[in-house]
Design a binder for this molecule. Sequence first.
Ligand SMILES: [Zn+2]
Length: 54
Amino acid sequence: MTTCNFCGLAYVEDDADDRKIHADEHKKIANDVLPYKVRELIKAYDFAVAHNDG
Ligand SMILES: [Zn+2]
């Protein structure tokens, strides 16, 4: 089991289905459908900016 540092998905490198799921995940990211964790990070960042600016 490997956890991807980019999308955070845990997948089995030797499993073709898992590799496909993982590849699809990266395609989604490429199409700007961000994974939940990244969206949360962006939300937290926007919140910090909104509350520290002005
Ligand atoms: Zn990945």
